[in-house]
Design a protein around this ligand. Structure first.
Ligand code: CO8
Length: 263
């Protein structure tokens, strides 16, 4: 996958087991034009299929994670075109069809579709001065890639309603305080370093267990509590069918390091 060349993204492998996708459209602050989204979908599908990758980091530049959907591309779109061509529907395949955990490392602007893209990931790390927001109201429109739903689930109706109706942005410090971001860092360098460390930690576990953890936590966003707990139990039971569960528990009892087979 790494030999493919893309126009708007870059693929790298900063550590064994860790695949990184870097949004790279600096002239437009990584605005998410359709060709960029298509490249991102393709790259994520490849990384998902690659046995060299256990965990994916999605990042932008120090200045911008992504400044939103491409406003210039959207401006002339008609209802009929958007509706019949299912505009932005392919966005939802971005992260929902990837079984491997995706960590968003956010520095600078994460606005509109950029904020939504970060929230589609499994985990957000950011810098203190990251600039999150759903400013669509200022353009005469509304969040269209899950922002009104994911932001509201993440921080509650009161704050989400205020942010979406005013279009005001919020900082990385606030994102962490409100629970959108798991951790916040004082500098871009610290962000990238700690994101990589977390990715390596996750890549060091049984990938069967890692993917099961991702699946059940994400289910909590869709299911009622009783259904979610039942779903979790089913997946928990099924993992007794993996070799790695036997390996992990035997290694504990023998006070040894587990050598995972990922099967
Ligand atoms: N789309 C297209 N071009 C953009 C975008 C964007 N979202 N954001 C920035 N750019 C371009 C600018 O037009 C400019 O280009 P040029 O040099 O040719 O004039 C270049 O990037 C640099 O931008 P600025 O000069 O504006 O840089 P500043 O540092 O002065 O400002 C800001 C940075 C504050 C981020 C500013 O660029 C801005 O406000 N950008 C727009 C942010 C925004 O409103 N985002 C929401 C877009 S709407 C959306 O995402 C709807 C989501 C719906 C679902 C997804 C559908 C695909």
């Amino acid at each position: 996958y790494s030999s493919k060349s893309y126009e708007f993204i870059q693929i790298s492998q900063p550590k064994p087991g860790v695949g990184q996708v870097t949004l790279n459209r600096p002239k437009a602050l990584n605005a998410l034009c359709t060709p960029l989204i298509n490249e991102l979908n393709e790259a994520l599908a490849d990384l998902n299929a690659s046995s060299d990758t256990s965990v994916i980091i999605l990042t932008g530049s120090q200045k911008a994670f992504a400044a939103g959907a491409d406003i210039k591309e959207m401006a002339p779109l008609t209802f009929a075109e958007a509706y019949t061509k299912s505009f932005i529907e392919s966005w939802s395949s971005l992260t929902t069809q990837v079984k491997k955990p995706i960590i968003a490392a956010v520095s600078g602007h994460a606005l509109g579709g950029g904020c939504e893209l970060a929230m589609m990931c499994d985990l957000i790390y950011c810098t203190e001065n990251a600039n999150f927001g759903q400013p669509e109201i200022k353009l005469g429109t509304l969040p269209g890639a899950g922002g009104s739903q994911r932001l509201t689930r993440a921080i509650g109706k009161a704050k989400a309603m205020e942010l979406i109706l005013t279009g005001k942005s919020f900082s990385g410090v606030e994102a962490e305080k409100w629970g959108i971001a798991a951790r916040v860092f004082p500098s871009y360098e610290a962000l990238m370093e700690e994101t990589l460390k977390t990715a390596e930690t996750i890549a060091g576990y049984s990938q069967v267990a890692v993917q099961a953890c991702k699946e059940v936590v994400n289910k909590s966003q869709d299911l009622a509590l009783r259904d979610g707990v039942e779903y979790e139990r089913r997946v928990f039971h099924s993992v007794f069918g993996s070799q790695d569960q036997k390996i992990g528990m035997k290694a504990f009892a023998e006070k040894k390091k587990a050598e995972w087979t990922h099967s």
